[in-house]
Write a protein that binds this ligand. Sequence first.
Ligand code: NAD
Length: 516
Amino acid sequence: MSAAIQTNRNTFLDTGLALFDTAPFKVADLSPETVRFGRKEMDLALHEMPGLAALRAAYLGQKPLDGARIMGSLHMTIQTAVLIETLVELGAQVRWVSCNIFSTQDHAAAATVVGPAASGGTPDAPKGVPVYAWKGETLAEYWWCTLQAICFGEAQGPTLIVDDGGDATLLVHQGVEFEKSGTIPDPSTADSDEYRVVLALLHAVRAEKGDRFWHAIASTIRGVSEETTTGVHRLYQRLEQGNLLFPAINVNDSVTKSKFDNLYGCRHSLVDAIMRATDVMLSGKRALVCGFGDVGKGSVQSLRGQQARVAVTEIDPICALQACMLGLDVLTIEDAIAQGFDVYVTATGNKNVITAQHMAAMKHNAIVCNIGHFDNEIDMAGLEKMAAQGLVEKTTIKPQVHEWRFTKTTHGPDGGGHAIIILAEGRLVNLGCATGHPSFVMSNSFTNQVMAQLDLHRNAEAYGITVTVLPKSLDEQVARYHLGHFGAKLTTLSTEQADYIGVPPQGPYKPDHYRY
Ligand SMILES: NC(=O)c1ccc[n+]([C@@H]2O[C@H](COP(=O)([O-])OP(=O)(O)OC[C@H]3O[C@@H](n4cnc5c(N)ncnc54)[C@H](O)[C@@H]3O)[C@@H](O)[C@H]2O)c1
């Protein structure tokens, strides 16, 4: 995208879409077959999501979210569709977008728009939830979708946000901030294509709605529950800087979220994505995982499950020592490149972990992907700059799988340029090239999300402007909901035993600082 972004009063950038559209939803395909496929997969998913099923049963006939207007910005997958319909069953009015341009499952979006059988919705007369999401959005379309989902009516915002990565929260905060300062920076000064689009959107909104629009939207928002590590970092930063506008619940750091979804979800979905994308045999290959946090640990297990020879990079001595205790080599990325590693996976939540220079030195046909954060863990912008200079050429192998051939290197075939394979354009590989985490693990995450939304709806003002983790009793409840699925039977503490270890017989069983 060029720096010379023009805003147009009628349509937003090159989307061809009115800035404030009247479309009740926008998805890729509402054909009966797509809707049927989505609904069938949602039915199967619900069976694997006992936490959400338990909440539906617990609140049957009640509407504890009555009056809530929930805007969600979270990968529009089958599992998310089950989350959305749980929020609706609990009484909320919901609007939804994906939090990633590649992660929407179009059949999930379609079935969610049409609604469950009981709603009587059909593809011709949908009665479900307004979803604005399709797989393969442009950045301009992505931010357009986010704006549509935020607007529940003329200058009426949501009361609550479910966010994943913090984009919806960011848009509202930036909108308010620039209305306060009176100026919106020129999009051409942005340091990334994505931020350029955000600034262009804010300019376009101001041109059409004046400079109190975001204040009105923010004034109705009572709280946000944030799904992931990176979004949570952004919230704590805002809290420290004193510019957080509403209370936030950090869902990521519920034990039953980050120690399950980030770990076991990535264990399931990393190799699934690499194999769907490339069909390359991973056994015996040398794979480097950058970052040995929760996602990195799951990624290592995933690759080791295929008998790849795995090493990690880390900045944190504790995580590095953990890796050593599992028999993993801890290297620098430069060492790994020099040793000719075959597969590189970023899982740090940091930026420029793999630079364009690193990729220029990798072995021929090395596979490079990111399961951590945004498209800047791998320096895609640097690679694009090299492409503009003719130093590298990009070829699409299939959607979300690209060969980048370096024209000037000499360690490729016959002493010519080498190539590398980049998956999902440097964005989350498990959502771009596979279908994300499986239902069961997402049930844990989303049960936390629903509990967070319920509590914010009941009590948001009692939180004050804080970022809070759900109490351990709820974390334990989430786990309890899922044990029956395995036929697991808990041992009951006797009063004598409970007194001896100093915990209530019904829990919580661990102090808050316990690390699991
Ligand atoms: N793809 C998915 O499905 C998925 C799921 C959950 C979380 N995430 C995202 O994955 C990222 C990581 O999440 P996490 O929960 O593992 O976080 P984490 O904080 O537990 O782990 C990140 C690790 O990376 C290390 N690190 C930071 N900079 C580094 C660098 N330059 N080189 C090497 N190591 C470095 C940190 O020390 C830390 O141990 C976040 O952006 C999060 O939002 C993705």
